[in-house]
Design a protein around this ligand. Structure first.
Ligand code: SF4
Length: 484
């Protein structure tokens, strides 16, 4: 499947979104709405499973957007019941970039004590080894997804009930996982011991909700209750929420990039508004990397809150120097290579009247390959800008993510092969500055910055310090950063 828009090649791509509801009539309708609000976490495909005592488990799995697949009465009528979970996907493991329908979650397993469906956000870093072991012992895999290992590990467990089998299975799994699962009577949520990926609990007047982000609670009018703790499993029934801690307690290492880019700005993470955090990042950036200029412009849309923060801190006026075409969809760019080569211009246009003759600060969330940054710089200069200064709301992305985010191979990351000065020259801009790792930590609320001896977040894509060794990738030849 080609990229959804010309930007997709040059952004880290978030993973997946998961959502579950127990205790409302036609829970699958709520799940569809929740997944729609989580669509930014995965656009390739989506799936919903529901359970009804008279109709058993039912599922629908489709390619494409939630709004195109899960809005018709005809489809939603096939998903009856008061218990339902769903998943939106951008493939981070398995059939990367060419999702096969068999890789679309939730996955389902039939056990002696009944069926269970699971939806997983994250990436299992020892999935290859587990898969080999499971296949040798007779498991027959249906998909190429790492997440399917969880179902097979559950099938092999000798525990009496499904939550206990899930605990057993997840103790064998390494890496990042937030999981939403369901049986005939239970909605289950789990976060890995480091809590790398998010998962929150919400409440409806008659039921409970699990969601990757709080913005998806808002769409169905659910109250935010709390985040599922790192290493916690919640088992939810009509009687209420039971909390278990099946893993050895560890210091949490939440993904710091969720604050920078992945989560929606109207979500709350760790008790903080994502929007406000991004504005803080812009303020820190203005303190760390000031420059004389006439305008601060965001690279839409993800650079917007940081650009506002930069403008507020520096006193340099904020302006929409680049306008995004909201209606630039996949259908238009797919047909010909010629149209695709027009690239960024299809998606973004420069506001010439504003830019002409100005010294412009462009604020973006990250630089991955740098291809988009170069094109945007050219557009700004073509529009008559006098100077172009890039300010980036994250540190240089120099390492790939193995925890559920699609990143190019290390050699393709601009910051992996070039210094800041080399990148400035390569992009052809008057200046380029990234927020420091300490500055980013301050912006997310760590007043003293990063604790180098025991970092408070996962920041491996910036620091090269992986909180969980990526065993499969090391086996494939990935070289970890040498100890300093
Ligand atoms: S490596 Fe980067 S993107 Fe991946 S989990 Fe860690 S901070 Fe997030």
């Amino acid at each position: 499947m080609p990229p959804a828009h010309p930007f997709d090649d040059d952004k880290l791509k978030e993973e997946c979104g998961i959502f579950g509801v127990l205790g409302t009539v036609d829970a699958a309708n709520f799940v569809a709405l929740g997944l729609h609000a989580l669509q930014h976490r995965g656009q390739e495909a989506g799936g919903i499973v529901s359970y009804h005592p008279d109709h058993g488990f039912n599922s629908a799995r489709r390619f494409g957007y939630v709004r195109d697949n899960f809005t018709s009465q005809k489809v939603m009528e096939t998903l009856p019941g008061a218990l339902s979970i769903g998943h939106v996907r951008y493939s981070t493991a398995g059939s990367k970039g060419q999702t096969a329908i068999r890789d679309v979650q939730p996955f389902f397993g039939e056990f002696a004590m009944g069926g269970a469906a699971i939806a997983h956000n994250g990436n299992i870093t020892n999935a290859d080894a587990l898969r080999r072991e499971l296949i040798e012992r007779g498991s027959i895999f249906q998909s190429s997804s790492d997440s399917e290992c969880i179902i097979h590990l559950m099938a092999r467990s000798l525990q009496r009930n499904i939550p206990e089998r899930m605990e057993d299975a997840l103790r064998r799994v390494e890496g990042a996982f937030s999981v939403v699962a369901m049986t005939r009577t239970k909605l289950i949520g789990v976060r890995d011991p480091l809590g790398v990926r998010p998962l929150v609990l919400g409440q409806l007047p008659t039921g409970w909700v699990l969601s990757s982000e709080t913005c998806a609670l808002d769409i169905i009018g659910a109250e935010f209750v709390r985040e599922i703790e790192p290493g916690e499993m919640v088992v939810i029934t009509e009687a209420g929420v039971e909390s278990h801690h099946p893993f050895r307690r560890q210091k949490s290492r939440f993904c710091i990039f969720e604050h920078v880019y992945f989560s929606r700005p109207d979500s709350i993470l760790g008790g903080r508004s994502v929007y406000e955090t991004r504005e803080n990042i812009g303020r820190e950036l203005a303190k760390e990397a000031p420059v004389e200029a006439d305008l601060v412009c965001p690279v839409p849309d993800s650079g917007t809150p940081a650009a506002i923060g930069y403008s507020l801190e520096s006193g340099i006026p904020y302006a929409m120097g680049i306008i995004r075409n909201q209606y630039m969809g996949r259908t238009f760019i797919e047909p010909t290579e010629q149209i695709r080569n027009m690239g960024v211009r299809l998606k973004l246009n420069v506001n010439r009247a504003l830019i002409k003759g100005k010294r412009v600060i462009l604020v973006d969330d990250s630089v991955v390959r740098g291809t988009t940054s170069r094109k945007i710089k050219e557009m700004i200069l073509d529009a008559g800008a006098k100077e172009v200064h890039f300010r980036i709301a994250s540190p240089p992305t120099a390492w790939p993510c193995f925890y559920g985010v699609d990143t190019p191979q290390r050699e393709k990351l601009l910051a992996a092969t070039m210094s800041e000065a080399e990148m400035t020259e390569h992009l052809g801009v008057d200046s380029l500055k990234f927020i420091s790792l300490d500055g980013l930590y301050r912006a997310v609320g760590e007043a003293n910055g990063r604790d180098a001896s025991s970092p408070q977040y996962c920041d491996a894509c910036f620091s090269g310090e992986y909180p969980v060794e990526p065993a499969d990738m090391i086996e494939k030849g990935f070289e970890m950063k040498a100890a300093e």
